[in-house]
Design a protein around this ligand. Sequence first.
Ligand SMILES: Cc1cc2nc3c(=O)[nH]c(=O)nc-3n(C[C@H](O)[C@H](O)[C@H](O)COP(=O)(O)OP(=O)(O)OC[C@H]3O[C@@H](n4cnc5c(N)ncnc54)[C@H](O)[C@@H]3O)c2cc1C
Length: 447
Amino acid sequence: MSKTVTVIGAGLAGSEAAHLLSRFDIKVDLYEMKAVRKSPAHHSDDYAELVCSNSLRANNIENAVGLLKEELRVLGSLIMEAADKAQVPAGGALAVDRDEFSGYITEKIKNDPNITVHEEEVKKIPEDGIVIVATGPLTDGELYEDIMKTLGDSKLHFFDAAAPIVKADSIDMSKAFKASRYGKGGDDYINCPMNKDEYLNFYHELIGAERADVKYFDKEIVFEGCMPIETMASRGEDTMRFGPLKPVGLVDPKTGEEPYACLQLRQDDRAKTMYNLVGFQTRLKWPEQKRVFGLIPGLENAEYYRMGVMHRNTYINSPELLTNRYSLRKREDLFFAGQMTGVEGYIESTASGFLAGYYAAMRALDIEPPFIPGSDTVIGSMAAYISDPDVKKFVPMNANFGLVEKMPGKFKGKNKKKDKNAAIAERSLGKICEFAQALNEMIDKAE
Ligand SMILES: Cc1cc2nc3c(=O)[nH]c(=O)nc-3n(C[C@H](O)[C@H](O)[C@H](O)COP(=O)(O)OP(=O)(O)OC[C@H]3O[C@@H](n4cnc5c(N)ncnc54)[C@H](O)[C@@H]3O)c2cc1C
């Protein structure tokens, strides 16, 4: 008889972990508080909600997060199954209809006979048994205090921001146009072109605009990967033109030329009723967002489904605290998973949930893991990074090839980077197939 595993939080990591545990025929008590209380970034009652962008980023395996997706697919990830089913067009990226995506996962979890869902807020980490804490970067209240008490003074945090979403039919298409950069992906994006005067006017108003209060933090710490647009703008007049407002590869059909600057809006739902302002995460006050973003041609009368918001993003000091199995060094049946471990991003959080679920399952079944993914895979490289005691300045990290074991041999020619990444992908997927085989053999036995 295997033991029951408690999973706290049905976000990306917790849902993935619970689903994998169930595949081993292990009973799961899954706690999710949304029905009684939601964080400021969560809006729906469904599980695995995407709190900001609907893009899960690159889908090609020569890119680290694209490869991580493929690793998860091979391993039978529930989140990737949902993402592939809910896909909406987004050029080379994998973007999803967020409601369809979360709805699919919620249904699977709620109808799983091995998973008992408890719709309540957990205030204390259970003292006994196998537990996975996957309450995300917005963990707060009594549970936050209890985690800090359990871990000692190892808390870290920084700011994070979400981009606004506007109604498609409120965008003035006599000024905006549909296209993808360099024509890759057809008409996937709505583009709002700006001439030099329009850009400079927008830039000046943006850097002077009023920002929301962030008084509950002593010091503003901004994570580079999710920098508010106004912070980026304040770094220099042209910074945005090399970032989210870069015009390269976009030709305005009205002028036949590349604009001076260009905002892209990405489809956010399958019905194409919502579009998000790509790269426009912001902490401007809401009326200021309408005023300043309304200076962009095409958005003058934009109606907002959701305004941009700023949140804290809490993570633990994993290199000091966790093993590469995502378990606490001082209590090996207590696992942490998701963004709070210092992996950064939707897919990275999913991957850590998968591994925490896997190692928790091995513990519940009382067997040594038959396969431990190493740094020659993306999923293993992230586990190695967050648990490496030699990492002194720990910052949350997206999946990237810098964390993956070097590929021996020399790569030459103009495609050397692509060729090297393709070789890394081939090596990694070979290992992941071995991992999947070991998993499936155990799962077959459990059934
Ligand atoms: C504002 C913001 C924007 C972000 N935008 C992006 C983005 O655009 N792209 C990207 O790749 N990543 C983004 N991230 C980072 C990260 O990928 C997401 O936060 C991701 O959702 C993390 O997954 P998770 O499973 O760790 O946590 P979550 O998805 O947040 O899941 C945690 C779950 O635990 C539940 N919970 C919390 N406390 C309790 C409790 N005490 N009892 C019971 N249940 C509880 C919550 O309700 C939630 O459902 C963003 C993060 C934030 C904060």
